[in-house]
Write a protein that binds this ligand. Structure first.
Ligand code: TXA
Ligand code: MG
Length: 355
């Protein structure tokens, strides 16, 4: 379909957004339009979750495969009740402890949810974002909002309104611009329809915190996979699709830090000899070790929050600088490192080199 929309940008304060601008955006959502908005993780592209036509348009704008359902965002606990069949005691505990925040919970869905909103599944992914702009938008729209990350399918998720416009200008109605997002990787997705509950996607809420909050919880094998795994569609629909990939080829080097530095330097030399423009994605501790065309640091290895915040922006910057190959240092799999490494391995199409 060929169509161009006029995409308006509404600049708002992240803490105290101008209610008039929120109402303009909410009016668009109520009419079945598409509005990008900031959350604490990444920017989302929102549509009325109960309007099938609007949700279909959302898939279309993102060029997203119809079998990968987006997350439904709510602003109040009571919004959950009519979307789901029931909430377990684990579910109640997690909502109390982690909402609003970067934790998405999978429940069995109720009948009022349109098929397209959940890609035909009998489950639904729900979260309450910790961001005043997102919460105000949901409240003023007076409907739950389906919102995948506001990028073209396959690209790194947007952490700035500029990233949204780079991908979706002309394809969506508006973007609420409240500056950079705080966490930088998406929410943790936890499936509560299985026993024990299972993390399907690591994200902004570390696994270690979930383990403290409920008795039993485990990681689905896809979370730590080092190669593409075949998964049952109903369990983890997003997994088989290409994700987070910049235009450049990405290679991730994993191992002990000293060996990693050596291997990254060796690969840099190798690709340079083949006339490639080489980028290295590293950390403050190692940034001086490399002689690549472009060297970018994610931040200090001792500050994984900073690393997560910078990840997607730097992947996009390498593309703007027309790098052919990105050689990335691996990080520890603890805390937010698990989410970062999951994104990096996928961005690399699982091209992992063990140092
Ligand atoms: O932080 C985030 O989660 C961001 C912001 C905008 O909230 N949203 C986001 O949405 O990352 P999206 O659509 O890009 O990712 C949704 C993930 C996908 O991996 C999808 O497969 C999974 O949630 N998902 C959605 N519904 C599901 C379901 N019923 N069962 C299992 N997984 C589901
Ligand atoms: Mg996404």
């Amino acid at each position: 379909m060929v169509w161009m929309k006029k995409t308006i940008t509404l600049k708002v304060d992240a803490q105290k957004p101008d209610i008039e601008k929120i109402r303009i955006a909410a009016g668009l959502v109520r009419k079945g339009g598409l509005v990008a908005f900031p959350t604490e993780t990444v920017y989302g592209l929102g549509a009325d979750a109960l309007n099938s036509k609007a949700v279909l348009a959302l898939f279309d704008a993102k060029k997203r495969p119809l079998d990968n359902p987006p997350i439904v965002h709510v602003s109040h606990m009571r919004d959950v009740r009519r979307l789901v069949e029931s909430v377990s005691s684990d579910g109640k505990k997690l909502m109390r402890e982690f909402w609003p925040g970067p934790l998405t919970l999978i429940f069995r869905r109720s009948k009022i949810v349109p098929e397209v909103t959940v890609a035909g599944l009998d489950t639904i992914a729900i979260r309450m974002p910790r961001h005043n702009v997102a919460l105000a938008l949901i409240r003023e729209s007076r409907c739950p909002i389906s919102a995948p990350s506001a990028n073209l399918a396959g690209k790194p998720s947007p952490t700035l309104a500029k990233h949204v416009l780079d991908d979706l200008k002309g394809r969506i109605d508006a973007v609420l611009d409240a500056g950079p997002t705080k966490i930088g990787v998406e929410s943790t997705v936890l499936d509560l329809t299985v026993n024990p509950p299972q993390v399907l996607r690591p994200g902004g809420t570390p696994f270690e915190l979930l383990k403290k909050a409920i008795d039993r919880v485990e990681l689905n094998p896809v979370v730590t996979a080092e190669k593409p795994l075949r998964v049952e569609k109903a369990r983890s629909p997003g997994v088989k699709h290409k994700h987070y990939a910049p235009d450049a080829k990405v290679v991730v080097v994993e191992g002990e830090l000293r060996d990693v530095v050596e291997k990254v330097a060796e690969l840099t030399k190798f690709y340079k000899h083949r006339d490639s423009k080489v980028g290295v994605l590293c950390t403050d501790e190692t940034a001086q070790c490399y002689d690549a065309d472009v060297v970018k640091s994610l931040g200090s290895r001792s500050d994984l929050a900073d690393v997560a915040r910078n990840l997607f922006r730097l992947l996009r910057e390498f593309d703007l600088e027309r790098v052919d190959v990105i050689v990335a240092e691996g990080l520890q799999l603890q805390g937010l490192g698990l989410a970062v490494m999951n994104r990096l391995r996928k961005a690399a199409g699982y091209d992992i080199v063990k140092a």
